[in-house]
Design a protein around this ligand. Structure first.
Ligand code: NAI
Ligand code: MG
Length: 395
């Protein structure tokens, strides 16, 4: 396999720690690559007024593969206050660089696998009729449309007149027609047929390739008749091209309720941007939470792999670091899957599983110890010790 170049974007806080550790694992598994560092995050907002510098975009455009740690974002007033004095009042506006990356490279397919590792003390358990408990194995893979819908950013407070006029063509606008614009906020939810098709095709193909029986579309078509309705309609078409895979549908609210009833019954799930965000966090909670939640953002040219957690500022100063590197390490394994190096990806997942099941080396979250400077003396392993244990299991 040709030698790859991976663009590494550690970002802020614990992003820096976990990304570096994931590279140690990639190297230990024998993945031959060059790593080029790229700037992203708060530091570059403060110094340059841009948390996603053009040079970072250029590197991704050239090399196509990115590993991303996490970034810090802060509310508007804090962002403005922290900007370097010479940049203030020059019209710089903070934006989330990871959302920026998704939009710039049309990384419209977000994959978030949520699989339980046997023996993880953070796994969901369920009470049985005889008063005992059972631990259903969870193996759900959420496909989230990553670029449009409610997170597409088409929104206004105090909407311009043309927007009001356009909305007034809808009979339902009557109910709010008397409200002055300055007292009105509008966030739109645009779905496009092509984007629905792309996420659904990716999901059905994944189900076929990995032996899942079903794809569940998790939306709300009984209320959001147009947008969720379009997702359902396209799903029916795409299913016909994949006759061995069943198409199921659930409503997002009911899915949240069923989550703890029968999570083992779900395989591949598909949702629009916001419901995908919700349902993937919910499933992640059943398999260990943020320390285990990995993800891929995939476009036609570029793909970026990242843990779903943020920069965890309350832990960023701790030395040695205590956060769980597994979410980032599993994200790095997804990079290997993406380029077809599935053997190495599988070896990494098996090594993670072996460490979790064995239970000798566990970060504070798995130990259920409060996170902080005393976690280590209370028996938690450091970030590096967890990574070392995983590397050791790679053999
Ligand atoms: P967070 O994900 O950074 O942390 C929330 C809590 O989850 C932590 O305090 C910790 O208890 C736990 N946690 C997170 N990662 C962990 C790990 N690897 N191991 C063990 N425990 C872990 O979310 P929070 O505190 O809401 O946001 C902090 C900053 O991160 C904010 O500035 C926010 O905007 C940003 N953020 C960035 C994201 C990204 O880069 N994709 C995603 C979410 C938040
Ligand atoms: Mg989220």
């Amino acid at each position: 396999m040709a030698r790859r170049t991976v663009v590494t974007m550690p970002g802020d806080g614990i992003g820096k720690v976990v990304l570096e550790d994931s590279i140690r694992v990639l190297e230990a598994v024998g993945f031959e690559a060059d790593y080029v560092h790229a700037d992203i995050g708060w530091e570059f907002w403060v110094k340059e007024g841009n948390p996603l510098p053009q040079r970072t975009l250029d590197l991704l455009e050239e090399h196509h593969l990115g590993l991303f740690g996490a970034i810090t974002s802060k509310p508007k007033n804090e962002a403005d206050l922290e900007l370097a004095p010479e940049l203030r009042d020059k019209g710089y506006v903070y934006f989330s660089p990871i959302v920026g990356l998704r939009q710039k490279f049309n990384l419209d397919i977000c994959i978030r696998p949520c699989r339980s590792f046997a023996g993880n003390p953070l796994n969901f358990i369920r009470r049985t009729a005889d008063g005992g408990f059972e631990e259903p194995p969870v193996d759900a893979v959420i496909f989230r449309q990553n670029t449009e819908g409610l997170y597409g950013g088409i929104e206004w407070t105090n909407p311009p007149d043309q927007v009001r006029e356009a909305m007034a063509t809808h009979t339902k606008f009557k109910g709010v027609a008397h409200v002055p614009s300055e007292d009105m906020a509008i966030s739109t939810r645009v779905f496009t047929r092509n984007a629905c098709r792309r996420i659904l095709e990716a999901a059905f193909e994944y189900a076929e390739k990995h032996g899942y029986e079903s794809v569940t579309v998790c939306e709300k078509p009984n209320v959001l008749r147009e947008t969720s309705g379009m997702m359902e309609e396209v799903a029916r078409e795409v299913q016909k091209e994949h006759p061995t895979i069943q198409h199921w549908s659930t409503n997002i609210d009911a899915q949240m309720m069923w989550l703890t009833k029968n999570p083992e019954n779900y395989g591949v799930l598909v949702a629009g941007n916001m419901f995908g965000d919700i349902v993937s966090d919910a499933f992640a909670g059943l398999v260990g939470g943020l320390g285990f939640a990995c993800s891929a953002n995939i476009g036609d040219e570029v793909a970026v792999f990242e843990p779903t957690h943020g920069s965890a500022p309350k832990y960023e100063e701790l030395d040695p670091p205590i956060v769980n590197p597994i979410a980032m390490i599993l994200s790095a394994a997804m990079l290997l899957d993406h380029i077809g190096d599935t053997d190495k990806a599988t070896r990494i997942r098996e090594a993670v599983g072996a460490v979790v099941t064995e239970g000798k080396v566990r970060s504070y979250d798995m130990k259920k110890i409060p996170g902080g400077s005393s976690s280590i003396e209370k028996g938690a392993a450091t970030t590096f010790q967890v990574t070392d244990a995983i590397i050791e299991k790679l053999g």
